[in-house]
Design a protein around this ligand. Structure first.
Ligand code: G16
Length: 543
């Protein structure tokens, strides 16, 4: 087979964001766009000759075509073996597990996560390293640098590989091993959780609904929840992955999974419900009559993880991203274990997990996970919740009430202003940054500012420092406002405003969220002049 060396030129903007490169699908489909980025990855990791790499994605529009290009480029450049999920499907956590289990040198994951899919929607590609985790900043910077000086890429001239049949085939000198995307992952889950106990609890009447949102988790959830654990047939809904996710946003949030929330707040709701996103790494947790915020979910999981066999020895520590509420810190403090605060982006948890300092990690953006893989893991969170429910024999609502009366409650919300002109968003952040030194001591809406800073993270494992990770303003009563620009959008800038107010156990634990947060919301607007500088009267999305 012939290897072609194709002349190309750098394409601007191939800078991986919070999680890989995400662009409009049509941008990725432009001549040379995908090839340039893949070649930049290959060059940044020192070539693929002799290497073993994993490949799969969330099944969105163009997933199959992009997978064939990556196979032809890796084969052209001497990869020893490519381990590919059947039909080029792999959830992000399953890909992470496969990289680790097979000792691979890394893997390509095709996904734009919870962003919608289709020719006029979004596409993405990220590279994970040999530890199974997202490429660290140092590598994503090298990838970007290569993309800015690329002049050629190499690709094999060959027919498509049939990815529908499990087994091993050959592409030039490269072995292509097509694997069942679900089985290794399901086996891993059986080692972590008490499947017998969960099975008994389900057969004794615990009811559940899992919304796979027509994304990649469908086959995983059907196999694990219905087949292995015996949940009633039909408990998993929207289970068939579709290239356009059925026209929806595969985003497990109260906004995009509103039907599920409606079901859980109405009569006849099941005991437990959950949803996952495009690539299966996010989760949303609901009980009858209650939505559990991702920050609270992390805290409850941290407090109860020892009830699952995989965590019976306790946790080494808990890590959360800076904008995530501080509820998990309270659990860690009481348990006398370490807690860490990292920048947004799962990649920042990698060193803490590899070094054994943190066992559980979580983010406000609907991600929770543990040291079983190096990505957040939606179905894992669902199974840990089920294990806890089965063990405690209490409904979700009662577990939440008990948690808050023990630790207090961190009322929490995130307001997103989407597709703001980039200059306006940058100007807002710059203006706020300029005032930071003068803020401590000032009062707004009854809240007095204790400290105000631009978050900078010193990685305790490798000593690297990451600056400019979001502005956080702390008030003397423990309330907090954080502002940062999203690193995953594909249109203009998304301003994220994270709002938190703490009530101690003896405080008011059942306020309406808007009432609890009203002073923090008012202070955020006064300080950052959000309405004035964005021209928006209200956030586009509130989660
Ligand atoms: C990605 C990252 C997460 C991050 C989230 C939101 O998640 O893996 O660590 O919290 O984006 O990031 P941002 O606030 O910059 O948009 P996913 O599920 O989209 O891959």
């Amino acid at each position: 087979m012939q290897v072609n060396t194709v002349a190309t030129a750098p394409i601007a903007g191939q800078k991986p964001g919070t999680s890989g490169l995400r662009k409009k699908t049509r941008v990725f489909m432009q001549p040379h766009y995908l090839e340039n980025f893949v070649q930049s990855i290959i060059d940044a990791i020192g070539g693929v000759a002799g290497k073993v790499l994993v490949l799969g994605g969330d099944g969105r529009y163009w997933n199959d075509r992009a997978a064939q290009v990556i196979l032809r480029m890796c084969a052209a450049q001497g990869a020893r073996r490519m381990i590919v999920g059947q039909n080029a499907l792999l959830s992000t956590p399953a890909a992470s597990h496969l990289i680790r289990k097979r000792g691979a040198d890394g893997g390509f994951i095709l996904s734009a996560s919870h962003n919608p899919g289709g020719e006029d929607a979004d596409f993405g590609l990220k590279f994970n390293s040999a530890n199974g985790g997202p490429a660290p900043e140092s590598l994503t910077e090298r990838i970007h640098a290569h993309s800015q000086r690329i002049d050629a890429y190499q690709i094999l001239e060959a027919q498509d590989v049939d990815l529908s049949r499990i087994g091993t085939t050959q592409l030039a000198q490269t072995e292509i091993e097509i694997v069942d995307p679900v089985s290794d992952y399901a086996a891993l889950m059986e080692t972590l959780f008490d499947f017998d106990l969960i099975r008994r609890t389900l057969s004794n009447g615990l009811t559940l609904r899992f919304d796979a949102m027509h994304a990649v988790t469908g086959p995983y959830a059907t196999e694990i929840l219905e087949r292995r654990l015996g949940a009633a047939a039909g408990s998993v809904v929207n289970a068939r992955p579709l290239p356009d996710f059925g026209g929806g946003h595969p985003d497990p949030s109260p906004v995009w999974a509103a039907d599920l929330v409606g079901l859980m707040m109405g009569d006849g709701a099941p005991d437990f419900a959950a949803a996952s996103d495009g690539d299966g790494d996010r989760n949303m947790i609901l009980g009858r009559g209650v939505y559990v915020t991702p920050s609270d979910s992390l805290a409850v999981l941290a407090a109860n993880a020892h009830l699952a066999p995989g965590y019976a020895r306790g946790l080494a520590g808990v890590a959360r991203s800076m904008p995530t509420s501080r509820a998990a810190d309270l659990v860690a403090q009481k348990a006398g274990i370490a807690h860490f605060e990292t920048p947004t982006g799962w990649k920042f948890f990698g060193n803490l997990l590899d070094d054994g300092r943190a066992t559980l990690c979580g983010e406000e953006s609907a991600g929770t996970g543990s040291d079983h893989v190096r990505e957040k893991d939606g179905l894992w969170a669902v199974l840990l919740w089920l294990n806890i429910l089965a063990h405690r024999g209490e409904p979700v609502q009662r577990i939440m009430a008990a948690h808050w009366s023990e630790y207090g409650r961190n009322y929490y919300s995130r307001h997103d202003y989407e597709a703001v002109p980039t200059e306006a968003a940058d100007a807002l952040i710059a203006a706020l940054r300029a005032q930071l030194p003068d803020l401590p001591g000032r009062s707004h809406d009854g809240l007095t500012i204790e400290s105000a800073e631009d978050f900078s993270y010193l990685d305790p494992v490798d000593g690297s420092r990451t600056n400019g990770q979001g502005i956080r303003i702390l008030f003397t009563d423990g309330s907090r406002v954080v502002l940062r620009l999203s690193g995953t959008g594909t249109e203009g800038a998304t301003l994220r405003v994270y709002l938190e107010r703490y009530q101690p156990p003896e405080g008011a634990l059942d306020l309406a969220l808007d009432d609890a947060l009203a002073p923090v919301i008012a202070a955020a607007d006064a300080l950052a002049r959000i309405r004035e500088l964005t021209g928006r009267q209200a956030p586009d999305v509130t989660t």
